[in-house]
Design a protein around this ligand. Structure first.
Ligand code: ADP
Ligand code: MG
Length: 468
């Protein structure tokens, strides 16, 4: 059957058009180019990895429906993703993925083929390292200084320093994975004979389960004993998995005894890990434990600039500051926002300005978006702290006024869409740096003063009631 692939794709587009709005259609489907039809498989070219991920996260059912309607129930779709658009000398680089595959890897054990022992060769081993994570692009700040130095020391002399194991801990998105991968990449680049292996806990536990089911426990152990640097990410997920822990205990001991380096990450310090055998926990504390904290404002700013620079995109300081403050969940969300901005800037050839940043933010972070007014915040805060409303808006520098004023600024930042400059305007014409200072003071005080933190949280509840 000879049907031109562009006709097939056009028919698919007709189905898609009916299911998604016009704007989405123009944004996400118009830029797609059909490449070929091979039997039941239609291959389409999408302009970037980000684009591909967006389609997979949002439009798998729509795409499936279209392909099934046009090609029949056995019809399938494949993406050809442009990961590097090339230049006059080099052709573009593309990667192919089947439609709907992106989220299947989290489903559990069944995807793993039976565990088999493989002799590892340092040159060909699949390290599972992402080459984009390096020390070069890991921004140093107070929040991560110790962890970063420890990582560097280990990268220079794996297995030889007393930082063995190196245990890094911290909340979501503070850079644990980035940092341990940077260590892995550094060792791999400088010591090509070392076998480096990065495993996240689900690889480890799933492979282990599989080895148990297939009577391959010894193979499993021998496989891991070959490595010179073992990076185990997110060990907290081994909680309650006794058999897996036991296996890790043996691997750990043997690697450690033979001077091999072990690096682990966890979402809390070893002493707070629940559901772990005591003997394993005591091993975790043998080397160095270092924490990574939420990045401060300056570090966030630097991360934003660094990432945009790497993508060759100019971001005005005003926008970077806005993002550094507004995306206060974690750096992973920040990454999503920045990717989306880059995408808008490159695809639609738009300049990145405050309006675009707000627009993107609104779509990505489903934060408390509200219409609470500055007036309402100022009034609520002044009543709560029993200070005069006019002084909150004024210039008096007495501590009993300054603190409520700073708290009110803090809530304006959280619950309104105003820029820092505009918030300053509403508090006696102060400039944005005063507002930044206020936000920082409130955050600092919340860390050190439990009573103050309670007050802010109580106020937050009052305001939120109004928001929701
Ligand atoms: P974690 O593993 O702690 O949850 P990640 O390492 O996945 O966090 O970091 C989340 C995102 O933030 C990644 O894109 C990472 O590159 C970025 N990131 C975190 N810390 C830094 C840093 N200090 N410098 C540059 N990028 C960072
Ligand atoms: Mg991580």
């Amino acid at each position: 059957m000879e049907v031109a692939f562009d006709t097939i794709w056009n028919d698919c587009l007709d189905v898609i058009k009916d299911s998604v709005g016009e704007e989405n259609y123009n944004t996400w489907f118009k830029p797609i180019k059909p490449l070929r039809v091979d039997g039941d498989i239609l291959t389409i070219e999408v302009p970037s990895q980000f684009f591909y991920e967006w389609l997979e996260d949002n439009y798998v059912p729509v795409l499936k429906k279209a392909v099934h309607t046009v090609l029949g129930p056995t019809g399938r779709l494949e993406y050809s993703v442009i990961v590097d658009s090339g230049n006059s000398k080099n052709p573009p680089v593309t990667v192919n993925y089947p439609n709907g595959a992106r989220h299947q890897s989290n489903n559990g054990v069944s995807e793993y083929s039976p565990f088999t022992f493989k002799a590892l060769n340092p040159q060909t081993v699949n390290t599972k390292l992402n080459p984009n994570y390096s020390f070069d692009n890991f921004i140093e700040g107070d929040c991560n200084r110790l962890a970063r130095s420890a990582g560097l020391a280990v990268a220079k002399k794996p297995g030889i320093t007393s930082f063995n194991p190196l245990m890094l801990y911290g909340g979501v998105g503070v850079g644990k994975t980035h940092l341990v991968q940077a260590v892995g990449n550094e060792i791999r680049n400088n010591m090509p004979n070392k076998i480096v292996l990065y495993v996240d806990q689900s690889d480890f536990t799933n492979q282990f389960l599989n080895a148990v089911q297939n009577n391959k426990i010894q193979d499993f152990q021998n496989y891991y004993l070959q490595v010179d640097l073992l990076i185990l990410d997110d060990v907290q997920f081994l909680a309650g998995r006794e058999k897996t822990q036991e296996m890790f205990f043996h691997i750990f001991n043997q690697l450690h005894q033979s001077g091999k380096q072990i690096i682990m990450t966890s979402d809390c310090p070893p002493r707070d890990l629940k559901g772990f055998q005591e003997r394993l926990l005591s091993r975790f504390k043998w080397g160095l434990t270092a924490d990574l904290q939420e990045p401060d404002f300056e570090t966030k700013l630097a991360i934003i600039h660094r990432k945009m620079q790497a993508d060759g995109i100019l971001i005005p300081t005003e926008v970077a500051e806005y993002l550094a403050y507004s995306v206060d969940t974690n750096l992973r969300d920040m990454e999503g926002v920045l990717n989306s901005l880059i995408f808008h800037a490159t695809l639609f050839k738009k300049d990145i300005d405050l309006d675009l940043a707000k627009e993107v933010l609104k779509n990505i972070i489903k934060e408390i978006q509200s219409d609470v007014s500055v007036d309402f915040i100022q009034k609520t805060v002044s009543e709560y702290f029993k200070v005069d409303l006019e002084s909150i808006k004024g210039k008096i520098k007495k501590r009993e006024i300054v603190i409520p004023r700073q708290v009110a600024m803090y809530f304006c930042k959280r619950y309104t869409q105003l820029t820092l400059a505009l918030i300053g305007e509403n508090f006696g014409g102060r400039d944005h740096s005063t507002v930044i200072h206020a936000l920082e003071s409130v955050e600092d005080m919340m860390k050190t003063d439990a009573n103050f933190k309670n007050s802010v949280e109580e106020l937050g509840k009052k305001l939120k009631l109004r928001v929701n």
